[in-house]
Design a protein around this ligand. Structure first.
Ligand code: ATP
Ligand code: MG
Length: 357
């Protein structure tokens, strides 16, 4: 599936601006971003539920939307799962799932076999005769999923399908959904505003802001090398400090932070590499580790522990390093006392220099 230079305008509002990306066959890609950034609009254009103002959309090799061309949704070979389950309450589970096959006038035995298989795939064997009203939220979402896969679409589209479920069930369904997608090898595009959901489920993430794509990459890429303040703050816990480059090659640089502390780190993106000037420095809170007193080397610093919060596996501390306050997640074994002086090291690989400042 391929989107090229997609633009969607509603009157004066541009909801989607020059969005371009590809989802490879069998890949699971997420559109991630805050409320109103254009995720649903992008998805609805691909589904054919919304007309684009400009751009080209291909599903497989087929152009489904372009200037003057709009293939109707039912002819696109896609299925969509929404936040609201949209399970018809007056129909049995079987009829809900069979609907798409019936509209194609497939033979009865074939419909029965396919529905049976889809229900077992989503773990709903034995529920065929129940009515929509007799199901829990999680079960309704499984019905919606069975309905989406039963017609063997070329592409599955998901719009926040888990956000109506309670936290525990949502967590379980994330793993189930991903496992199901891997098993079926279905090309999938998934919309969410939840960064941990996108991180856990996706092969690649497209980060969006104000209708535009701001970064695209594997969950690891986005986490380790955020290319902007927005990306660093939206994904994971980041300490963001301004600094000035003192020395640099293509990948690494030495930066003097506000307050005079010197850190070594890597550029977010090779084309961000610079020889001098101000940068924003992102230090992930879990990349700060305690080392024995007197340890020397790159990015070893003296710190004073200001606060300590116990989180179970880790402790969350606020450290004072010179005039800087840094949040650090340290191992919970032998936690430092508040007020004590400790030595820490920050892995240079986990220090990211962002051009924006
Ligand atoms: N039919 C419409 N008419 C006018 N503006 C619209 C319409 N649909 C969406 N918008 C606007 O387009 C922008 C993008 O909306 P969209 O629904 O795509 O956001 P989203 O990223 O899915 O947000 P959320 O996480 O809240 O679902 C928003 O500013 C929204 O107000
Ligand atoms: Mg939305």
């Amino acid at each position: 599936m391929k989107v090229e230079d997609l633009v969607v305008r509603y009157g004066k509002v541009t909801a989607v601006r020059d969005v371009s990306f590809t989802v490879e066959d069998g890949e699971f890609v997420s559109l991630l971003g805050p409320s109103g950034c254009g995720k649903t609009t992008t998805l609805r254009c691909i589904a054919g539920l919304e007309a684009s103002s400009a751009g080209v959309i291909r599903i497989g090799e087929e152009i489904v939307a372009a200037d003057g061309l709009e293939v109707p949704p039912e002819k696109r070979g896609i299925n969509m799962v929404f936040q609201s389950y949209a399970v018809w309450p007056h129909m049995s589970v079987f009829e809900n799932v069979a609907y798409g096959l019936r509209t194609r006038r497939e033979p009865r035995e074939q419909i029965e076999a396919k529905v049976g298989e889809a229900l077992s795939t989503v773990g709903l064997e034995g529920y065929a005769k129940r009515y929509g009203t007799e199901l829990s939220g999680g079960q309704q979402q499984r019905v919606a999923l069975a309905r989406a896969i039963v017609t063997s679409p070329r592409l599955l589209l998901f719009d926040e399908p888990l956000s109506n479920l309670d936290a525990g069930l949502r967590e379980r369904m994330r793993y189930e959904l991903v496992e199901l997608q891997r098993r079926l090898g279905k090309t999938s595009l998934y919309v969410t505003h939840d960064q941990s959901e996108a991180m856990l489920m996706s092969d690649r993430i497209i980060l969006m802001k104000d209708g535009e794509m701001v970064q695209m990459g594997s969950p690891r890429d986005l986490y380790d090398r955020p290319a902007s303040r927005f990306a660093a703050e939206f994904i994971g816990n980041a300490n963001l400090v301004t600094g000035e480059i003192r020395r640099a090659d293509q990948r690494r640089a030495e930066v003097v932070l506000e307050g005079g502390i010197v850190l070594e780190g890597g550029f977010a993106w090779p084309d961000h590499a610079r020889q001098s000037g101000p940068v924003l420095v992102c230090v992930r809170s879990e990349s700060i580790e305690r080392v024995p007193e007197g340890t020397t080397g790159v990015n070893c610093l003296d710190a004073v522990v200001e606060t300590v919060s116990f989180l179970g596996a880790t402790i969350s501390c606020v450290l004072r390093v010179g005039t800087l306050g840094l949040r650090a997640d340290l191992a919970a074994r032998n936690p430092p006392e508040p007020g004590s002086a400790i030595r820490v090291r920050i892995d240079p690989e986990a220090v990211t220099l962002i051009s924006e400042h």
